[in-house]
Design a protein around this ligand. Sequence first.
Ligand code: SAH
Length: 235
Amino acid sequence: MKICYIVAMRAEATPFIEHYGVELLAGFFAPLPCQCYHTQVNGSDLYVVLNGEQHGSDLVGCEAASVATLAAIQKIQPDLVINSGTCGAFRSNGANIGDIYLGSGVMFHDRRVPGDDAWGTQALGNYPVWEGTSALAQKLGFKLGKVTTGSSLDMQPCDEQIIRENHGELKDMEGAAIAFVCSLFHLPILFVKSVTDLCDSGAATYDEFSKNLALASENLRQANVRIIDTLIRAL
Ligand code: SAH
């Protein structure tokens, strides 16, 4: 069994990387900036792929996530892809800072493409997630929510309208791009998301995000250790 994590920011992955003592496979994706870490856990292969850096910062967003996911799938040929990362969520849905959610679905919220139903369907994406997601959430006591992806950290009124109309709950910048690539390969994707900020709190998103990034990343580590333990034991 090969499990491949796709993570956008190094800070999100660091507690996890340190926990497992994964090793950097230098040059694995050269000349791409993505970085690959690997270890074995009870005979299963665990890969952690980071998008890498450009312009002196971690590459976030859909383009980098698509490149990392495509490269990872082609080189690693995983059985399961897991996207672990932070997200914004909504107080009105009962979310709290640091909560862990698994993704019950995934869509884009900032692709406004007029046309017939086919174009609208493509724009929203609504890709499948791993069929074991809701049983895993129930078993481990995590919340479930629909991931909604766009290219910006802020939320414009037109984004919010699409999110509300389509019941989006976990706002990120990579999830649907990763699911899109997985859908092309018919590979299962599991989302593990930790809440750094509440989109309807009235606070500035960047301030909330920065303040809560370390807590959310530590919660991601704890959640992922339990998830890996469960997935590997289920083999
Ligand atoms: N300026 C930030 C950049 C991080 S961008 C920094 O200095 O660290 C935000 C990252 O966290 C993205 O990878 C995205 O997936 C996730 N994220 C967290 N909260 C988000 C929100 N409210 N909306 C969109 N993405 C969010």
